[in-house]
Ligand binder design. Structure first.
Ligand SMILES: Nc1nc2c(c(=O)[nH]1)N[C@H]1C(S)=C(S)[C@@H](COP(=O)(O)O)O[C@H]1N2
Ligand SMILES: [Mo]
Length: 238
C-alpha cells in the first residue's frame, strides 16, 4: 500500500524532468531556506538512477503492534559518556559527495514527514527490546541532499566520538530512520537525543546515537565503525 504512492510520484516527476519542466528545484539548490520550505515537494524528487532502482526493490519488514512495546527492555548501551546537546543549537550536517550539502536544525527536520515504527532492537551483547521509534526516513534526507551517482556508503559521526558506516542500500531502506522520538516521547539524552539512527535491518551497534554528521562517500575508508574496527562484523544485517 505505502509503496504505490511514492512510485507514482517518482515516475511523474521523472516525466516532468524528461520534458524539461523540473528545473525549479535546481535553481533553488544553493539556498537552504527555500529548499526547506519546499521540502515536502522536494523529497519526491528522484534520487539518482542507481539509488532509485535500489529504493523500488526494497520491501519493508514486518512491524509489531503498539501493544508489543517493551518499555523497560531497551537497556542503555553507551561505550563512554552521554553527550548533553542543546537541541536549539544543534545542527545535523549532511555532506560528502552530494549536490546540496546541508545543515539542518531540529525544527527543519521535524517539518519533514514523521514515520513511526514498532520494531525489535537487537544488541549483540544478548538483549533485545521491542521499541517504537519516530523520526524522518533517512531516504527523505538523501532526496534533499541529492547524492552523486557513485555514492555507495554513508558515514555517521556522533557527539561522543562514536562513528559508523553503512551501505547505501540499507541507509535508504524505508524503515531506516533518523529518530527523535522513542515510544511516543521525545528521545532522552541516554537514548541519543536529539537524533539517532533506528532501523529493523541492522544490529544495535549500527544504530548511532547523537548523530551530528552524515557523510556520503563512494568508497569505504579503512576506518569503518567503532565496534567494527575492533573486530565486529561490518554489515551487521538482521
Ligand atoms: N554514539 C553512540 N551510539 C551508539 C552506541 C554508543 O556507545 N555511542 N552504542 C550502540 C549500541 S551497542 C547499542 S545496542 C545501541 C543502544 O541504544 P540505547 O542505548 O538507546 O538502548 O546504541 C548504539 N549506538
Ligand atoms: Mo549493542
Amino acid at each position: 500500500m505505502n509503496l504505490i504512492l511514492p512510485k507514482h510520484t517518482l515516475s511523474r516527476r521523472r516525466l516532468l524532468q524528461l520534458s524539461g519542466l523540473s528545473g525549479m528545484g535546481l535553481l533553488l539548490g544553493g539556498c537552504e531556506l527555500n529548499l526547506l520550505s519546499d521540502s515536502v515537494n522536494k523529497i519526491s524528487e528522484p534520487l539518482n538512477q542507481s539509488l532509485e532502482a535500489l529504493l523500488l526493490s526494497q520491501k519493508p519488514v514486518g512491524e509489531f503492534p503498539l501493544s508489543a512495546i517493551e518499555p523497560d527492555k531497551l537497556l542503555i548501551n553507551t561505550f563512554d559518556f552521554t553527550p548533553q546537546i542543546d537541541p536549539a543549537q544543534f545542527r545535523l550536517r549532511i555532506d560528502g559527495e552530494v549536490n546540496n550539502p546541508m545543515q539542518l536544525s531540529m525544527g527543519d527536520i521535524q517539518k519533514l514527514p514523521l514515520t513511526l515504527m514498532v520494531i525489535r532492537h537487537i544488541c549483540v551483547e544478548g538483549w533485545a527490546a521491542i521499541v517504537q521509534w519516530g523520526g524522518v526516513r533517512l531516504q527523505d534526507l538523501v532526496a534533499l541532499v541529492q547524492p552523486k551517482s557513485d555514492v555507495r556508503y554513508v558515514y555517521f559521526k556522533s557527539a561522543d566520538g562514536y562513528y559508523e558506516s553503512w551501505d547505501i542500500a540499507s541507509a535508504i531502506h524505508p524503515q531506516t530512520l533518523m529518530a527523535y522520538q522513542k515510544n511516543g516521547q521525545p528521545l532522552s539524552a541516554d537514548n541519543g537525543a536529539p537524533i539517532r539512527l533506528a532501523s529493523p535491518i541492522k544490529l544495535g551497534y549500527k544504530q548511532s546515537k547523537w548523530v551530528t554528521q552524515i557523510t556520503f562517500v563512494s568508497k569505504l575508508l579503512p576506518i569503518k565503525g567503532y565496534w567494527e574496527d575492533q573486530g565486529y562484523e561490518w554489515f551487521a544485517g538482521l
